[in-house]
Design a binder for this molecule. Structure first.
Ligand code: PXL
Length: 273
């Protein structure tokens, strides 16, 4: 059984980061070890969440893992809170990656804007950090920010998408997956590029109107589970698009607060097959 360490915050309310990654990886038959970067009462789209910074715990946890000889088949990073955390996790990757893959979701923003608390300096440091990855999975906002490219919404031509993917691999990771792309109205999905084989992938699903929070974390977690189980980049992207679309379908008629994310729990049986 594969064992992945996932480095991101735990937000108690609002289905994102660890509350999404752990159940998804478990459903896919992958052991998931959390390395929590911060504890929040909710994600930051709710006003004024309680926030406990766990930066100092990261080195303590790593010290204990060093002592017990912990090893992982992959490192999966998501929302990280500060420049100091980028430095610490960078060293952590060097020490604990072994022969495993490094999967970086450069969580920083969406819909053309940075999330609360992130700065332009963090963007350039994250672009550098992406060079440590084997696979990176930015959304279009994060890709444009890291590449100093103007964000023009989610509709791009195939040629533009290929250029963005190629530039993303220029940051240092050999594979890049771009989420939230739309080739035509009514469709939404992801595009990917493997700079070693030269292959491109494009996978689209039906777009459900509205904004669904936490779908980037769901998408990334399914990709990690699929890659950990030996799936190819194309298979990982296909499974992630299909699972994310199914999760959204279970949500669209649910009148609960949209900020609480999507009902991915209802779709989990798809992943256990
Ligand atoms: O879904 C990304 C995410 C993760 N963690 C926290 C967030 C967000 C997005 O807003 O606020 C704390």
């Amino acid at each position: 059984m594969k064992k992945i360490v996932t480095v991101q915050d735990i937000s108690c309310v609002g289905r994102c980061s660890l509350t999404v990654a752990l159940p998804i990886l478990s459903a896919m038959g992958v052991e998931a070890c959390p390395l929590p970067t911060a504890l929040l009462s909710s994600h930051t789209l709710y006003p004024e969440p309680y926030f406990l910074d766990l930066t100092d715990s990261l080195t303590g946890i790593a010290a204990h893992w060093r002592k017990i000889g912990a090893r992982f088949d992959g490192v999966y990073t998501g929302y990280l809170g500060s420049l100091r955390q980028l430095d610490i996790i960078s060293d952590f990757i060097d020490e604990f990656r072994g022969d495993g893959f490094v999967f970086i979701d450069p969580v920083m923003g969406d819909h053309g804007r940075l999330y609360a608390g992130f700065t332009p300096e963090y963007v350039s440091r994250m672009a550098k950090f992406c060079g440590k990855g084997d696979v990176i999975v930015p959304n279009l906002t994060e890709a444009c920010l890291m590449l100093n490219r103007e964000y023009i919404g989610d509709e791009y031509s195939v040629d533009d998408l290929k250029q963005i993917l190629c530039d993303l691999t220029g940051l240092g990771a050999s594979k890049a997956i771009l989420t939230g792309v739309s080739m035509e109205p009514g469709m939404l999905g992801a595009a990917a590029y493997d700079s070693v084989s030269g292959e491109y992938f494009l996978c689209m699903g039906d777009r459900v109107e509205g904004s669904f929070h936490g779908t980037g974390d769901i998408f990334a977690s399914v990709c990690v589970g699929s890659l950990a189980n030996g799936g190819s980049l194309g298979e990982a992207v296909e499974r992630a698009v299909s699972f994310t679309c199914e999760s959204i379908k279970f949500t669209k008629n649910d009148p609960s607060d949209r900020r609480s994310g999507v009902n991915f729990e209802k779709a989990l049986p798809i992943l256990t097959k």
